[in-house]
Design a protein around this ligand. Structure first.
Ligand SMILES: [Zn+2]
Ligand SMILES: [Zn+2]
Length: 405
């Protein structure tokens, strides 16, 4: 009898375990930054210091996107008066242990070996909680105008492709990522970085990209001019101009906007410093893996944030777009539904606030003449470490279109 019972119990347990394994895991939001620099290129933090900054906060994934390289192979960095001082090496030893830090002396000069992505993944990766996604900032230019494209979930380094025009340069680098994705049969994405950096990329250039649909609507680097100036559109207006052109004239899909840090500086924090923690994406996926995150982003299942969290985004075709804010107690958030109307062949005002509300959930009912609608949620609170003075914390919801278009 006892044997029978324990067999029965074992079978029951086996059934519970196997049905738990079969149960599809629920979708949840994962927080990540896809644009980060370390000592591998021009950041001032050792890779483990940067990794630790993100992994010890509420981030779930991180792309270390150094310029034109992957964090792999053996690289020795000089210890001295530059970006890696003896004091900073001592700090790493205190933080991670003497054994962790690898040093050598060549010609009486001290050097430290930079940790590779696989070493960082072993140290900081936690299943379901934190992972790295391999990537690179493909750093190209056309006649001095910067053309920077992040490749996310890359398997091999991509050298800048160059081109005969700025648009060709941009497209060639995007194509390189898409070619690698096909070759390795792995989901990858390419995002166009900081278009207003040195006024490199115009709205028309941005609108023209094909085979890919991501760009940075917010980049935390202090030199990238997210807000434009008297003669250049802000990143948000650029988004609207590009959306109009793509949807109405070019027969191309919507562009998705990312918020990223583009962090370089990890020791001094404040205005004018290119710090971590300014902008990120929240991705709705069933599991935390590089492939699952990239696939979800490719579906548009993400929003971008500089401080506002959302609980839910609902879109019903031809009916409504609604956004539920994870509101902090006592705060009233403003949600703007931004879009462009069409009347026959004519465009209305580009990037018009079609409707604004302080309700939560915020809900927009389609009237039928919108080319696209996107939402921006604005918190009444200032960003704690703003890109520019006076910046409020925001969330950007991806644009949706009507099936007619
Ligand atoms: Zn860049
Ligand atoms: Zn960068």
């Amino acid at each position: 009898m006892r044997q029978f019972l324990s067999l029965g119990l074992a079978l029951t347990l086996a059934w519970i375990v196997s049905s738990a394994a079969r149960e599809p895991s629920a979708e949840r939001w994962y927080k990540g930054n896809t644009h980060t620099h370390t000592l591998w290129s021009d950041g001032n933090g050792a890779p483990e210091l940067v990794a630790d900054w993100y992994a010890s906060r509420d981030y779930n994934f991180l792309v270390l996107s150094d310029h034109n390289l992957l964090s792999e192979g053996e690289k020795w960095f000089p210890i001295g008066a530059g970006r890696l001082t003896p004091e900073k090496v001592d700090q790493l030893k205190r933080e991670f242990g003497d054994d962790w830090v690898k040093e050598r002396t060549v010609d009486q000069k001290r050097e430290m070996r930079l940790k590779t992505l696989s070493e960082l993944q072993r140290k900081f990766g936690r299943p379901g909680e934190f992972t790295f996604i391999q990537g690179e900032e493909i750093t190209d230019d056309f006649k001095g105008r910067p053309v920077h494209v992040n490749g996310v979930n890359l398997q091999k380094v991509i050298r800048p492709r160059k081109g005969a025009t700025l648009r060709e340069t941009l497209q060639n680098n995007i194509d390189a990522v898409m070619e690698q994705s096909r070759k390795f049969k792995k989901p990858m994405l390419a995002h166009v970085n900081h278009p207003n950096f040195q006024w490199g990329i115009t709205p028309e250039d941005l609108a023209s990209i094909s085979g890919e649909q991501f760009f940075e609507v917010y980049n935390g680097h202090s030199g990238v001019r997210n807000q434009g100036d008297e003669t250049h559109p802000s990143m948000e207006l650029m988004w609207d101009i590009a959306l109009c052109s793509r949807l109405r004239d070019l027969d191309l899909p919507v562009l998705y906007g990312l918020a990223t840090d583009d962090s370089h500086e990890y020791f001094q924090f404040g205005l004018g410093k290119t710090n971590p923690g300014r902008g990120w994406v929240m991705v709705k996926a069933r599991e935390l893996s590089p492939d699952a995150i990239v696939k979800a982003m490719r579906r548009g299942d993400f929003y971008s944030s500089s401080g506002v969290s959302l609980l839910d985004i609902k879109h019903k075709m031809n009916s409504h777009l609604s956004v539920t804010i994870d509101a902090e107690e006592g705060l009233t958030y403003t949600t703007q539904f931004i879009g462009t109307r069409v009347d026959g062949d004519d465009l209305g005002q580009i990037g018009e606030v079609l409707f604004e509300t302080t309700e939560n959930p915020a809900r927009y009912e389609f009237t039928g003449d919108e080319l696209y609608v996107r939402a921006k949620v604005i918190s009444p609170t200032d960003h704690p470490n703003p890109y520019a003075a006076g910046d409020k914390q925001c969330a950007w919801v991806q644009p949706v279109t009507r099936p007619l278009f």
